[in-house]
Structures are given as structure tokens and as C-alpha cells.
Ligand binder design. Sequence first.
Ligand code: GSH
Length: 243
Amino acid sequence: MAASTANVDEITAQLEDCLSKCGFEVSPLKVGWYNSLLPASFHLAYPDDTLAVVVLSTPSMFEQAFLPFMEERGYQGLSDPIDQCVKHRVSSAVSQCFPGQEVDVRYDYELLPSRKPKFLAQTAAHVSGAAFYYQKSDVIDQPWDEKKMFGVCVHPKFGGWFAIRALLVFGGVPVGSEMAQPVPPDCVPSREGRIQLLEGFNFHWQDWSYRNIVHPVQTYSQKQRDYFATPPAQRFALLKSWG
Ligand code: GSH
């Protein structure tokens, strides 16, 4: 029997309850919405009506989850601390909310043996309605000829000040047809705005200006900006200097 959308709401609310206080946001989607936009080699091997949930980190993740995580560990040199923190919070939430249930948790930093990412984060965010994925093909009369332009997601509240961290796939949870596919807010509707966004992201991503393409309700704190602007090998020294 297909689960109703009420179950989707319940699953989403349970996750939100655990994760929102740590600065994460969750959005449900159907695997079929995701697979329909991608070539077969990127498909998730689940039926179309399978429930998945995409997890984003918002600006407050750094202060609400990451700094406490590092403090608990005495700012000791563990490798990939951001990834480890996300994994810790998300996997704890999944086992707390759904004990004994098999959930396929895929992180943005994980690769398959084929070296392909375990999921395409921007596509997942787009089909869930969480953030609009702007690509070269979204610009009419493209000014870039054959040049490769990477696409970028824009969140309606946080602009570019967020990151897509994980996809949870609920293998045993078929979703009823009443779950309607949301359209992500098109926060950069004009051709000029989209050109500015894609050029900012592709040519000057280090100045982070593309993140302010919409007026964000919250951005990364100065500490968080300093942290991400520091090369990973020097980040522990920075954390300790705040200590
Ligand atoms: N793998 C390292 C770690 O786990 O500490 C580096 C993590 C890292 O710097 N990730 C970047 C990030 O979270 C790329 S996803 N940036 C936040 C942003 O760009 O908004």
C-alpha cells in the first residue's frame, strides 16, 4: 500500500525537528522527479515513487553544529572536519528518527567506484523545490559560445549562502501520487541577472558576490567566512586561535 503524503509530512517533520536546531534544512522529493532529469548513468536505482529527502546546511550550521562539534573534540586534527560534522549530525538524526529502518544516506563528498558523485546535489535541491538550479541553458541568447559554464543553485532565503550536504533515500517508502512536485522559486528571473549569477560563479567565485544575487536573510558570519577562505591545512590553527 502506498504511503500517503501525510507520512511524507511526518518523516520530514521528524527530521526537521532533529536537524533544524543544528542549522540544516530538509526538503522531500520523489526519486522519479530526480531521475527524469538525468541520464541513466546517474539514476538512483529505486522505483520512481520512492521518497528521498535532501539536506542543506544554512548559514547557522557553522555556529550551531560545527563549532560545538569541534569544541567537543578539543579542536583535535581530524580529517575533513566539516564532512565529519555533517555526517555525525545527519546519521544521528536518521537513527534517532527512524530506528531500525534502512535509509540510504548519501553525502555530497562521497564518490562511487566509477568516480561519479553518489548523487547530483543541485538536481536534487532543484526538484525538491529547495533551491533553483540555474544552468547555462536557462539563459536565452547565451553570450558564452561553446564555453563550459557550471550551473549554480540559488536559495530563496539564503541566496548562495548555503550548501547541499546529503540525500536520504527511504527505500521502503513508496509515496502516493498526491505528492505534487514543487517548482523552486525562480529568484533570478531576468536574463541579465542569470548572466551575472553564472559569470560570478564561474569567473569570480572566490569573491562570493554571486551568493548575494538575491538579498539573503542571513549570510555566513565573519568567522565562517574566514574559515572557508582559509586553506584546509591551516584551518585548525585558525580554530585554535579562536579557542
Ligand atoms: N572536506 C573538508 C572538510 O570536511 O573539512 C573541506 C570541506 C569544505 O570546505 N567544504 C566546502 C564548504 O562546505 C565545499 S562544499 N563550503 C561552504 C560553502 O561553499 O558554502
